[in-house]
Design a protein. Structure first.
Ligand SMILES: Nc1ncnc2c1ncn2[C@@H]1O[C@H](COP(=O)(O)OP(=O)(O)O)[C@@H](O)[C@H]1O
Ligand SMILES: [Mg+2]
Length: 216
């Protein structure tokens, strides 16, 4: 479904990623590990075109991501971050629905879909509260719902459990694993945690000195 072929990226002549080849199948639960500064976030940003690669190709369902308008790409890829990135002055529901509004979708339909997903992750009663009233694990579940709202093909999760204690981290990943089955979405999870990779990964890579190596 997602193919990277010979993807490279440098910053100021400093190579960060060099000839990266990766493949993620539909519905796959894939993990990427690597030291701080190894280029993991850069790789994720190339996928959703927050940054542009220097060379190589990236395709989703056989179509180059360069051929898709940014909003089309954002519909195909949901993103989740370590810091949750929720708007503090908007309610949980507003935070979720806003993501779809930017993409021009029908507000009523989105609200119904957001409530369905909030119920699924056990946060139905938090729909109208501010995210600052929620625990870290709850905030990340809101961010997951927001990422799922547009029925993406894949969720890119850049250290989604980096701000969570180990138990909450496991719970969030268990939920993500269930949701990828139910919602038919692939996930690419970046984590430092060897434990989480051993527990959850169906496929994993390590990023090292600009190259990406699949673990067998
Ligand atoms: N926009 C940028 N401009 C210049 N250098 C950058 C930029 N983004 C990241 N870098 C550098 O690229 C390297 C990889 O960064 P990053 O992808 O954030 O690593 P990771 O997520 O694995 O910790 C780091 O050395 C970082 O300083
Ligand atoms: Mg990073």
């Amino acid at each position: 479904m997602i193919h990277l072929e010979q993807v490279s990226k440098s910053f100021e002549q400093q190579p960060i990623l060099h000839n990266i080849n990766m493949h993620i199948a539909p519905g796959e639960f894939a993990f990427l590990q690597g030291r701080s500064g190894s280029g993991k976030s850069t790789l994720v940003k190339l996928l959703y075109r927050e940054l542009e690669r220097d060379t190589g190709s990236i395709t989703i369902d056989g179509v180059s991501i360069d051929k898709l308008a940014k909003y089309e790409l954002r519909r195909k890829m949901g993103v989740i971050f370590q810091s949750f990135e929720l708007l503090e002055r908007k309610t949980v529901l507003e935070n979720i629905v806003l993501a779809g509004q930017i993409l021009g979708r029908d507000p009523d339909k989105m609200e119904a879909e957001a409530m369905r997903l909030l119920k699924r992750v056990g946060l139905e009663e938090k729909a109208h509260v501010l995210p600052t009233k929620l625990s870290g694990g709850q905030q990340q579940r809101v961010a997951i719902v927001r990422a799922l709202l547009n029925k993406p093909k894949i969720i890119l999760a850049d250290e989604p459990t980096g701000n969570l204690d180990p138990e909450t981290a496991s719970e969030v990943l268990m939920l993500m694993r269930e949701l990828r089955e139910e919602e038919g979405v692939a996930m690419l999870v970046i984590t430092h945690s060897q434990h989480l990779i051993e527990t959850f990964a169906e496929k994993s890579w390590i990023l090292k000195e600009g190259g990406v190596y699949e673990r067998q």
